[in-house]
Design a protein around this ligand. Structure first.
Ligand code: CMP
Length: 140
């Protein structure tokens, strides 16, 4: 078992509905620690940069518009196998396909407004954490 860190984003549909505490409780109940957290409004350019890997996809423009539509909460989660564990806690990208009890099944509105983002692999997590946080802001 490896202690890992992963980048999590509570998306604008989560802040709009005032459910960030309920989502954070899911992480903590499942053994993940929130070791850095900040509420920010991404600019359109920041959203495009963060999601650059998807820039050729048909949903890219809508995704960036949505991520720029209101505040988000960016956070670093830490724990045993945190990357895969967080993906399990979040559930499938499309809330309609997410397993019962997962964050996206409970709270997701659509594949676009799917409430949370989580890094998908170790390299991605390192890059995504560094996108938002300096090492001195992460208090494990
Ligand atoms: P997220 O984990 O933040 O990563 C990229 C986002 O693009 C994804 O969640 C979805 O909200 C959004 N998206 C919209 N359409 C699709 C799609 N067809 N496949 C994957 N992601 C999509």
């Amino acid at each position: 078992m490896a202690c890992e860190r992963t980048l999590s984003i509570l998306k604008p549909d989560a802040t709009a509905r005032n459910i960030t505490g309920k989502i954070n409780a899911k992480f903590e109940e499942n053994g993940l620690r929130i070791i850095a957290q900040r509420r920010v409004r991404l600019t359109r350019a920041e959203a495009e940069c963060f999601y650059a890997v998807h820039k050729e996809r048909s949903f890219f423009a809508d995704l960036c518009t949505f991520m720029n539509s209101g505040p988000v909460v960016v956070q670093v989660l830490e724990g045993e196998n945190a990357i895969i564990k967080n993906r399990d806690i979040m559930g499938a990208t499309n809330p309609k396909e997410a397993a019962p009890g997962t964050i996206r099944a409970l709270f997701g509105l659509s594949i676009d407004q799917n409430t949370v983002h989580g890094s998908d692999a170790a390299e991605t997590a390192a890059r995504e954490i560094a996108f938002f946080f300096r090492e001195t802001e992460i208090l494990g």
